[in-house]
Design a protein around this ligand. Sequence first.
Ligand code: NAD
Length: 345
Amino acid sequence: MKALIKTEPGEGFELTNVEEPKIINSDDVKIRVLRASVCGTDVHIYEWNKWAEDRIKTPQIGGHEFVGEVVEVGPEVKNLKKGDIVSGETHIPCKVCYQCKTGKMHVCKDMEILGVDRDGVFAEYTVVPEIVLWKIDESIPLKYASVMEPLGNAIHTATATDLRGKIVLITGAGPIGAMAIEIAKISGAAAVIVSEISDYRIKMAKDMGADLVINPAETDLHAEIAKFTDGHGIDVLLEMSGSVKALNDGIIALTNGGFASILGVYNDNEIPFVMNTAVFKNITIQTITGRKMFETWHIASQLLKYKKIDLEKVVTHELDLKDYKKAFELMMSGKSGKIILKIAD
Ligand code: NAD
């Protein structure tokens, strides 16, 4: 089969022919991948940064966001059959650790990550256990089904607290921040403010319906927020930039007793943080990893099925798998939202 593979340590991927994966475990499902989308993690692997160098074992197929068609099921697969359209969770839980057994499968201690710890989905076929798969309603377009995983990040982060009547600041309108604008609005936020430094993404945030978009590199973020909120400040911070500056500015912008939901991943593990500000404001900080299994998948499906959100302005490009280099260049330029790779019809 055709696959986008990191053959050896170093920059890039290679589009080449490899053996099709086989069903090994009784709960495995083989999927013909139809669409896959490119995530920042794939870009790190493509670029071969320090994290990728330490984590990725080559040769390995990249990619983890996908939608596909079930073509074969293992003997113990219960709820899926040939022909079903599925998307799936990137975090493959062990099902037996303390976290998995106590309702916290999304923070499984021994989770494996698709396209990071094992072969991913930038390929004609992939094999994963039934537990990670989510059946897709046929009314949901493939390009949106492919991005249900990052949509789940946005939902997990935005629904960590009650947003009804709240002023929300989203720092960073990358694809996930942009999706969070819609989620915050339909979750009852009174107003959604976005801070973003890239012109392309400022436009995307406006198109997604942000009430106020601030470029903190050009305008005084705190003065703008004070003006917009009559000096109240923001009630909720959704940190989706991975920028230390944006994180600290977001904490400073919070009203006393506010809530910060942090999805961003920072270049360094140890970062300067406005800790005393956070303490004296008595804020609640919720860090977020991945998606809730599978509450956020259910919410994502329902919102897409009943057309309560529209991802048209976030899914900005659809390219053939063979044009993968263009996809990665676009991602690295920051002049895109989500990019979909078309693998099969
Ligand atoms: P992205 O990198 O495409 O978007 C980040 C955005 O933040 C960019 O548009 C960038 O211009 C903007 N930005 C950078 N510095 C800024 C600043 N000082 N002020 C305002 N905006 C700024 O990322 P994404 O794919 O949308 O993901 C969002 C974040 O979530 C990233 O940090 C990513 O690593 C992280 N992430 C975390 C998880 C998790 O499980 N915790 C999962 C996926 C992604």
